[in-house]
Design a binder for this molecule. Sequence first.
Ligand SMILES: O=P(O)(O)O[C@H]1O[C@H](CO)[C@@H](O)[C@H]1O
Ligand SMILES: [Mn+2]
Ligand SMILES: [Mn+2]
Length: 401
Amino acid sequence: MRAFLVVMDSVGIGGAPDAQAFFNGDLPDTGANTVAHIARACAEGLAEEGRSGPLRLPHLDRLGLGAAVRLASGTEAPGLEARPEGLWGAATEASRGKDTPSGHWELAGLPVPWDWHYFPDRRPAFPEDVTRAVCDIAGVDDILGNCHGSGTVMIERFGAEHLRSGKPICYTSADSVFQIAAHEEAFGLDRLQDLCAKLAPRLHEMKVGRVIARPFVGTEGDFRRTGNRRDYAIAPPAPVLTNWVQDAGRQVTAIGKIGDIFSMQGIDQVLKGSDAQLMDHLDAQVAGAPEGSLTFANFVEFDSLYGHRRDVAGYARALEWSDARIGALLPRLQDGDLLCLTADHGNDPTWAGTDHTRERVPVLIAGRGTGELGQVAFADVAASIAAHLGVPAQGIGKSFL
Ligand SMILES: O=P(O)(O)O[C@H]1O[C@H](CO)[C@@H](O)[C@H]1O
Ligand SMILES: [Mn+2]
Ligand SMILES: [Mn+2]
């Protein structure tokens, strides 16, 4: 038997009981519902770019997506009305963050035991001692940015000054992150990575989740980020699903951001690329992953390309694309395989603001028969996958299998 755990980043289904405590600007996330609101917009003809008509997700719906939306939030998702043929339910998060590491750690069995540190949305955003530490490590006398910002805007705005002065561009966002943008050639990629690696322990101590190197190339008016982004993430403070499986002598493969999110804990092999390439990697894993192994994938483009950009049609296109690819993959699962599709938080593209939305998430399982799981906890996903693979689980999750 093998397990494939697939996180569709930000594909929430509404109904989080604590949504009123989470905000986009001044608006609480109460009522946010990524899948239902996309389905409604599609049905109303409001998501016609590059696609058309009602949201068509026949394979995800047959696994139980529409039923999970109804269970999580009491809301209909127009077009998702199939009678479920998979094992399906809705999971609720206990951790206090609606961010990617919180969601993934908890899905892997470990609710986050602390509050992440977020930098305030003002200038300077960073405390003086942090700025000093950056300057000391980099051998510069000041930093640029020191504010909230979107990465592409930051390099447009500060790139030329960065080239003139050699000062790194430091910025943050609604997430618990410290990001450093620097020119790959002028500043140096190795130097940027060394700066991030040396700075990270200090920021992890403050409970800042990640230091991220954001290298770019080009000249004024044409600065472009490269694929050499690197995340220096705080490690989970206790063993998680990947460790449990690896410690039992099984192979653990991470597809996409999973290696970064877990700081490589319990991971043997990482496969990266665009979501289309990640889907090819997942296909290859289904064809060839060894007996007893875990493949843990994250598909980030729902979130990064469409959710944060509040692009409803784009999000719908991405869902329809993944539905077709998952549909093609299902018949290729072997006897004894389990495939679990879930999500880490919401990112309702019809909502106010540009941040994640606090939501419940779907739990859709192929390979273990048909039935309703009901409301489960994020950590139950880890316990269930461990149970399927026959490896001992730790922590608070309970297997629903
Ligand atoms: O705008 P860019 O640089 O892509 O940054 C985004 O990437 C960060 C990490 O995923 C998020 O916190 C968000 O700020
Ligand atoms: Mn995420
Ligand atoms: Mn995000």
